[in-house]
Design a protein around this ligand. Sequence first.
Ligand code: SF4
Length: 364
Amino acid sequence: MSETRHNWTKQEILDVYNKPLMDLLYEAATIHREYHDPNTVQVSTLLSIKTGGCPEDCGYCPQAARYHTDIEGNDLMSVQQVKAQALRAKSSGSSRVCMGAAWRNVKDGPEFDNVLEMVRTINKLDMEVCCTLGMITENQAQRLAEAGLYAYNHNLDTSEDYYKDVISTRAFKDRLDTIDNVRKSNVTVCSGGIIGMGEKVEDRAGMLVALSTLDPQPESVPINALVAVEGTPMEEIEPVPIWDMIRMVATTRIIMPQTQVRLSAGRTDMSREGQAMCFFAGANSIFAGDKLLTTPNPDVNEDMAMFKLLGLNPQKPFTKVSQPKTVEAKDSKFSSLGEKPKWTRPEHKIERNEAAKVKAKLAE
Ligand code: SF4
């Protein structure tokens, strides 16, 4: 088996990314077959349990309160609503439910207690549970782990250099600190990024340096293509070419051989042929369902038809890591600390974010 390295340099990653395409695909597919069943793809369902009204200024995100987009916000869903959606996802072939809340960071209190109950409920349905709730402390990660959380998603989004052109309300280091907090628990790490935000290829490589030098590497790395939403600072950016997605997936597979590489946002703009090349290049997970938080995604029937066409099978839950045990709230070893952590607020100005904010004010 090829070794898993944690010392990739940016130049080495660029050399991989820029190989002649056929060489890149061959190498990625070969490594993929060493570590994974090439005909199995993990299917996750992403559920927006709290939508919109986010105080952050991520330039790609329609959920940021400061921009004027036409998404419908909602308060935190109930445990029963989440359970019903999880059962629906399970019956349509998903092995994992990812719950996303548009928060800057998790705050101890009744809402977080409800999220913990959601985690317990889904784990008891024998599905993998993932959460993406913003920045979390070590104690919060432990409480999620105790509830039965399988994975925590916290994307690096892009390179450290380009991060300053995308988000001004938190720093790249905050992302790494949250990942570190998750790593101190038994929860697996899901962290990736978005391409097509106007970054250079060097930034894509920079992000992969940051992810691949983590030890252990994230168990899951989502590769998203920007879905430019009207009203966001990135509304006018053209979709990233499929070839860039294929190269990014293949490079991720080569430098993080054991990781589950997730073909995430942007699939509605990809042909089946394009997606098939991504699977060949090492992608082995998708998100199912007609919405990815707030942006469009292929319908689950369409995906199952694609699986049939390509001879792919959905991965069974807990194939890679065994199912965590759920500890009930009354038996918890970790109490709510009511912490008020000081996450960074760099608050530098990003021209296009400021312009979108002004435009939103004018539209009010
Ligand atoms: S990506 Fe997350 S943190 Fe950023 S604005 Fe959207 S919901 Fe908020």
